[in-house]
Write a protein that binds this ligand. Sequence first.
Ligand SMILES: Nc1ncnc2c1ncn2[C@@H]1O[C@H](COP(=O)(O)OP(=O)(O)OP(=O)(O)O)[C@@H](O)[C@H]1O
Ligand SMILES: [Zn+2]
Length: 617
Amino acid sequence: MEASLVEKIEASNILVVGAGGIGCELLKNLAGSGFKHVEVIDLDTIDVSNLNRQFLFRTHHVGKPKCTVACEAARDMSPHSPHNDPVGFYVAHHGNVKDNDRFGVNFFKRFDVVLNALDNVDARRHVNRLCLSAEIPLIEAGTTGYLGQTTVIMGKQTECYECQPKPTQKVYPICTIRSTPSMPVHCIVWAKELYKLMFGSAPDSMLFEDEEGDEKSTFMSPVVDGRLKVEEKPSAEKLLKYTKSVLTALFTTEINKQLGMDRYKGAKKTPVAHDVEAMTKSIKAGDLKPPSETEGGEKRVWTNEECCQEIYCIVSEMYTVATSPPDIFSSSIAFDKDNHVAMRFVAAASNLRASVFKIETNSYYTAKGIAGNIIPAIATTNAIVAGQEVLELMKILKHGKDKVMEVCKFTYCLRAKTRKGFFLQPTSLQPPNEKCYVCKNARVVVSIDTKTFTLEGFIDQVLKKKMSFNSPILQIGCDQIYEDGEPEYEQNLAKTLENLPCGGIKDGTTLVVEDFEQDMEVNINFVQMEFEEEDERGQFLIGGDKPVAKKTTKDGGGGGGAGGDKMGEEEKKEEEAEEDDDDIEVLDANELPPPPPAVTKGKKRGREEDPLSSEKP
Ligand SMILES: Nc1ncnc2c1ncn2[C@@H]1O[C@H](COP(=O)(O)OP(=O)(O)OP(=O)(O)O)[C@@H](O)[C@H]1O
Ligand SMILES: [Zn+2]
């Protein structure tokens, strides 16, 4: 390494935000490369589950702040001695980076470069805003299993973290779940609903409704109508009979009926109904040995017969043994992947459905990963992106922050090799998106029902949850109508937007939202939008220039940095709006890093191919 770079490394002040999987790798790299002045913010303490990949931590560190232990380890690895240079030598800050009293813009200004090692969009957005305000480069990285990316953000030169809309939460249309599953996850979502239907309070479940027409489906009646009375302590025979009737209704009658209605004409795969009678022949009433409890039972894929046996055991446990939780048929029975009984049920029922539709079946263990939307963190991917972050850091130190756009790269870490045979794909950085409300101060259009939305709802759901404001101050014209923590404005919180003082917020109103903590000011233009259906109330759209037309919001529509997202109270009905309004499952993708932006071949990022195109969704 040339001497001038070594000098810069030793003199630079670096902030690392996050001391988890990527953060540990980063600190090891920084210490080994000779960095001296490094400070680390992390809010978490060490958990046993972190030990397999957050390799700076040992069992005896469990319960201690991650940043403290990570800094100690980095100090030990450093070739420098803290005695010679004690100021800022791997300093830990245990706390939330959003804590403005400790980590405001002035705190950030002390650093030359900030490196992110976070796991959620909200904190990333906050750090993005602070770095833009402090005018310092931010190196940002994220991983999802085998995939990862590293990029560099420098205000005025490059796209900021919020220039492109983030992926929305994954939802599945009801028709896919109810009639045309094609992936294991579709069967798992279905089985989660079935669990509620069988043991919860849920006769209004989506599984119960007929897709075509208003009539209730008859398919599910045996599941609900046939429920036994817990008080009567049903006998083992009765429980087995009920189990068989449910299995027959679901996996024989329903499937045959749908086949009879020609639902699968032209479909890629035609389902085949199970012969439940044959599959349950060997189950003895009162024989309560679930396959899940056999040796290796959670790790192997159960046969159809075993799935039936498992379900019979669960039905018996739920009805007779002190059930867990005990309030069978109440609304408290909801699927939770950490509830062993619920998860066993979902593993078994989803496999029976998967085999009907000729979809791959899974072990309990794999099903749990899918049901909880768990993408395992892969230490190697973390190591790769953290290495890449430090390489970008070196470039910035060497060439200066004014040259970020020229010298730094957006690098994808891929699962499959590119055509040229590489797993890493560097691409050029993009200039800021003119429509970004964060770095380009663009106006944001919010379409909302100003007659029913209260100020409190607007602040919580739109400003804080969706736009990541920390401490917003609201003004209509020159008049302030709200400031966090100021009692004089509290009375406004319960008012509907249109009834706020200073003329209220109506169609065409411009609201100015300022956040001193993030050094940000945004103008919001309102479009009055009424939602007629009861279940749509509480929804809103955030768009770029124009409000986004309902049902055509697959990619956000409104475009640009404002997100163009259609959002609702429960964030349903998002992605598949064109296909089916009536989606049900929300898998939390919020904590995943953003996917690569859409690429125009050879142009936008100058890449030869879309590296993620070979990935499953
Ligand atoms: N707002 C925040 N302020 C400070 N630190 C944060 C904030 N949000 C997240 N972090 C930290 O970022 C780190 C992210 O790393 P990572 O995802 O590897 O850790 P983890 O949450 O322990 O892992 P996993 O989610 O895989 O169990 C965590 O240590 C977490 O505490
Ligand atoms: Zn931006």
